[in-house]
Ligand binder design. Structure first.
Ligand SMILES: [Zn+2]
Ligand SMILES: [Zn+2]
Length: 271
């Protein structure tokens, strides 16, 4: 039983609510019995629709936040909405939030400020934090540290740094989530990282609809495919697939502080 720790189950991405529900059903059929959908990257509508998906499916939890790509939208109304959503027990983290200096879709100064604001908010609400960090050196780590982010759980999703940076982040207290890049031909650095993350800190994700793993590259990604990510990493670490699934499922439950038992009763899964 696998847990896709980071996917975007957005009705705009998968066509409709029915499309999202079909994606969830295919995941469960593939053994991906749990998912966390990220309510960040589609404005406030994204956070609200993530909450609706989680309300329809007992095996889907959600996060809410402002993605660095759209840091420009940050305002008091959004802070208030995130505060309200964080009171929902199905809302298990704030994010994804962070810095993306690869695409630079929002000015860097705004990205830094909005990351600071969201880390402070998460700390004040005692919510775990999901980080998006791309091509920003160690600035993301510096800001999370300066704002006291490690007083709560912190996850670097889709980690794309090297082994030394991974070690720095783990030493600070963070969890690390590995995406489908680990299956790519040019994913050598990711494979080194995936082999080296301490056992109690590693999670797996699809980042659906992006980053489709081999052998499905060129098609839209969905949580069922996290099995390929798990297979690749289990092999690198010399573990049985089942053993690695159990390890990452438990780490994901711990990171998001979800108390529900790890084994899902099939009768509880609505699809
Ligand atoms: Zn991201
Ligand atoms: Zn994402």
């Amino acid at each position: 039983m696998f847990w896709d720790s980071h996917c975007h189950l957005d009705p705009d991405v998968y066509g409709s609510d029915t499309g999202v529900d079909a994606v969830v059903a295919r995941a469960v059929a593939a053994g991906v019995t749990r998912m966390t959908t990220i309510g960040s990257g589609y404005g406030l509508r994204g956070a609200r629709s993530a909450s609706e998906v989680a309300a329809r499916h007992s095996n889907v939890w959600y996060t809410a936040g402002v993605h660095p790509h759209e840091a420009n939208i940050w305002c008091d109304e959004i802070r208030d909405e995130l505060t309200t959503l964080s009171g929902d027990p199905r809302c298990v983290a704030l994010g994804e939030m962070g810095l993306d200096f690869h695409y630079d879709l929002s000015p860097r100064g705004v990205q830094r400020q909005v990351l600071r604001e969201q880390v402070r908010l998460a700390v004040s609400l005692a919510k775990p934090i999901v980080i998006h960090d791309r091509s920003a050196g160690t600035e993301t780590l510096d800001i999370v540290t300066e704002e006291g982010g490690f007083s709560t759980n912190v996850l670097w999703h889709c980690f794309t740094g090297d082994v030394p940076y991974m070690r720095q982040i783990v030493a600070a207290g963070a969890f690390i989530s590995i995406p489908g890049i680990v299956t790519f031909k040019n994913g050598a650095v990711m494979r080194q990282v995936a082999a080296a993350v301490p056992a109690e800190r590693i999670l797996i994700e699809t980042d659906s609809p992006y980053l489709t793993p081999a052998p499905h590259r060129g098609t839209q990604n969905e949580p069922a495919r996290v099995v390929h990510v798990a297979q690749a990493i289990a092999e690198l670490r010399g573990l049985d697939l089942e053993e690695f699934a159990a390890l990452t499922t438990e780490n994901t439950r711990r990171f998001y502080r979800i108390d529900a038992p790890v084994v899902v009763d099939p009768a509880q899964i609505t699809s």
